[in-house]
Design a binder for this molecule. Sequence first.
Ligand SMILES: Nc1ncnc2c1ncn2[C@@H]1O[C@H](COP(=O)(O)OP(=O)(O)OP(=O)(O)O)[C@@H](O)[C@H]1O
Ligand SMILES: [Mg+2]
Length: 162
Amino acid sequence: MHQFTLNIANISEMQQFGVKIASLIRVGDVIALNGNLGAGKTTFAQSIIAALGYQHDISSPSYSIVHYYEPPELRLPLAHADFYRLNDAMEIEELGIFDMLNDGAAIIEWAGDYVEHNMAQYIEINIEKIDDSENDLSQNDNDVSPRKLKINLGSDWVNRWT
Ligand SMILES: Nc1ncnc2c1ncn2[C@@H]1O[C@H](COP(=O)(O)OP(=O)(O)OP(=O)(O)O)[C@@H](O)[C@H]1O
Ligand SMILES: [Mg+2]
């Protein structure tokens, strides 16, 4: 597992990084997004999904737990999940989230320990606000607040990273 840190200056840099991740995504990938409430997990997932070709609004899966996307709107089948409200691991099976890795990929907010960390096709992006002003909503309104990304790449992601 290869780890490194990436500093993001503003929301558009975050979206550019989403474009890079989208260009590298392959069938079988699990993209785990961790970080506090409001860190930017959904915003980042939206930039990946848009870069995969989806041209409509991308809503947060925080209530339904998972949204599925299919070609031709995206270049590959994708689950966008949020495990914050998940009750137990059984629910992951019931929702079929990992079944789709046979022919697609999954982006999972609040992945935590529900996701196997040692998979070759695993990438974890941990998003942190750089300052401690967690309650300063004005920064979010400006969409300019910096983030620190702590990234863990599984071996397959290491090979395709440039
Ligand atoms: N650099 C940045 N990267 C991502 N989001 C940013 C950035 N700067 C400002 N924001 C703003 O921060 C907010 C992040 O909210 P978002 O819903 O993406 O967080 P989240 O991590 O998914 O939260 P939750 O845990 O509730 O699902 C958005 O309003 C977004 O516009
Ligand atoms: Mg979210």
